[in-house]
Write a protein that binds this ligand. Structure first.
Ligand code: BG6
Length: 466
């Protein structure tokens, strides 16, 4: 007997900008990604989501593929500027209808919708007013959330406010590789604060509107391991946990920042700046669940004296530096590790460890594994997509998740990234994650991969056959 609870949901995930296309159709406003990806040299081979995999027009076909697979839940995000072209104010009813139809189609196939309100595609109109650095964007987010609750709250029970703050703030305000391409740790910390406030405002609205469902927040789950047993590397690893985990989970699960780190950022940068009532707002609007996106762990060493806003070997903000501290830590390649083609370590044990770490720090919070997957160049053999490495990767991670459940963790669902091959923000269409292949040379025709049939039997056997 598998250890998965009876109501455990076998899902899959995507995000609006990465699948929908139709970037300027039916009244949609522009997002920061629509604008940024059109600036030469900002993305891999100048790829963009103008068409993506045309899910906007292929929605019925895509949901039929989900249903045939036996999918029990689908995590997708809503494009804010498709609903509110200017970020607030006038509502684009054609955009509202697209998601309403998607939800109805999912429910007709007994697929539970999970909505992510923000997966990085901020309306450009709000960016022009200061984006995440200003309180008015958090207030506009509340207006957008209320609109979504009022239109979809009768049918959708699972809601997440934000996806991976560390990534869109880290890349947007530290490495500069995502819009708005700023490189300033102080501004990053302040923008991150407005995101937490936006989240709290949206949770408050959810409670006030008495939506019959659960609302949470999605974070990167990134366990850290010291490279050596030295005291320096251990201290460095604790700091990595404080910055990459506690800073991002504490405000939404405990209602406040980790105190020691807060004192340091405020001493060095004078941020985050609180407005009257912020403390109370955070404290009174905690999550019902936490979404965990797990891909890899990071190996940590003490960093002797370097400080920069450079990125690490994964192209991400290089540890410690983003908070303006020097002599802290950095991420390195684990000499014994197994790595993907994109240099992400494959370490399934990290999923068990990470889940247990969350349980230990935050108690019995319900969890969903909202992303987990292998980015690869899938081989095509005699016309079939034989993505065995993906099957191996997912199989090992399902076992790791099962081990955490056996140890008492309240994990309620699993959403591999991604249901279908889609646009990778900075890696174009070369880096594939999907169960469904999309042929870019043949009118974006869909084709089931080997992993599609494999996951079908995982779902049918409630995790036993894998
Ligand atoms: C997560 C994001 O960070 O990782 C997804 O939520 C993203 O949107 C996924 O696509 C994989 O990242 P990448 O860079 O390999 O596409």
């Amino acid at each position: 007997m598998a250890a998965f609870p009876k109501d455990f949901l076998w899902g899959a995930a995507t995000a609006a900008y990465q699948v929908e296309g139709a970037h300027n159709e039916d009244g949609k406003g522009l997002s920061i990604w629509d604008v940024f990806s059109h600036l030469p040299g900002t993305t891999y081979q100048n790829t963009n989501g103008d068409v993506a995999v045309d899910h906007y027009h292929c929605m019925q076909e895509d949901v039929a593929l989900m249903a045939e697979m036996g999918l029990q839940s689908y995590r997708f995000s809503i494009s804010w500027p498709r609903l509110l072209p200017n970020g607030r104010g006038e509502v684009n009813e054609a955009g509202v209808k697209f998601y309403s139809d998607l939800i109805d189609t999912l429910l007709a196939h007994n697929i539970v919708p999970m909505i992510t309100l923000y997966h990085w595609d901020l309306p450009q109109a709000l960016q022009d007013e200061g984006g995440w650095e200003v309180r008015s964007t958090a207030e506009a987010f509340e207006e957008y959330a209320r609109l979504c609750y009022s239109r979809y709250g009768d049918r959708v029970k699972l809601w997440a406010t934000f996806n991976e703050t560390i990534v869109f703030i880290g890349h947007g305000y530290i490495t500069g590789s995502h819009p708005p391409s700023v490189r300033d740790p102080g501004r990053a910390i302040q923008a991150c604060h407005q995101v937490f406030i936006a989240h709290a405002l949206a949770v408050k609205a959810f409670r006030e509107m008495k939506i019959a469902g659960e609302i949470g927040f999605v974070n990167v789950l990134q366990p850290h391991t010291a490279l050596t047993n030295s005291a320096e590397d251990k201290v460095a690893t604790e700091l990595a946990d404080a910055i990459h985990t506690h800073w991002l989970y504490d405000p939404v699960l405990k209602g406040h920042y980790p105190e020691a780190l807060l004192a340091q950022t405020q001493a060095i940068w004078g941020v985050p700046r609180f407005e009257a009532g912020d403390d109370e707002l955070l404290r009174n609007n905690l999550c019902d669940f936490i979404g965990l996106n797990y891909y890899r762990r990071e190996t940590v060493v003490a960093n002797p004296g370097e400080t920069s806003t450079a990125s690490n070997h994964n192209g991400e903000p290089n540890s410690g530096a983003e908070f303006g501290f020097k002599d802290l830590f950095k991420f390195v390649r684990n000499p014994d590790g197994v790595y993907t083609d994109w240099d992400w370590e494959i370490w399934p044990q990290g999923l068990t460890d990470g889940i247990m770490m969350i349980k230990e720090r935050y108690g019995d919070i319900p969890m969903y594994i909202t992303e987990n997957g292998l980015g690869a160049k899938d081989p095509i053999v005699d016309g079939e997509i034989v993505d065995q490495p993906r099957i191996d990767y997912l199989s090992m991670h399902i076992e790791a998740m099962e081990n955490a459940i056996a140890k008492g963790a309240d994990v309620r669902g699993y959403y591999p990234w991604s249901f279908i091959d889609l646009l990778s923000w900075l890696n174009g269409y070369k880096k594939q994650y999907g169960f469904v292949y999309v042929d870019h040379n043949q009118n974006l025709a869909r084709k089931r991969k080997k992993s599609y049939f494999w996951y079908q039997s995982v779902i049918a056997s409630h995790g036993e056959q894998r």
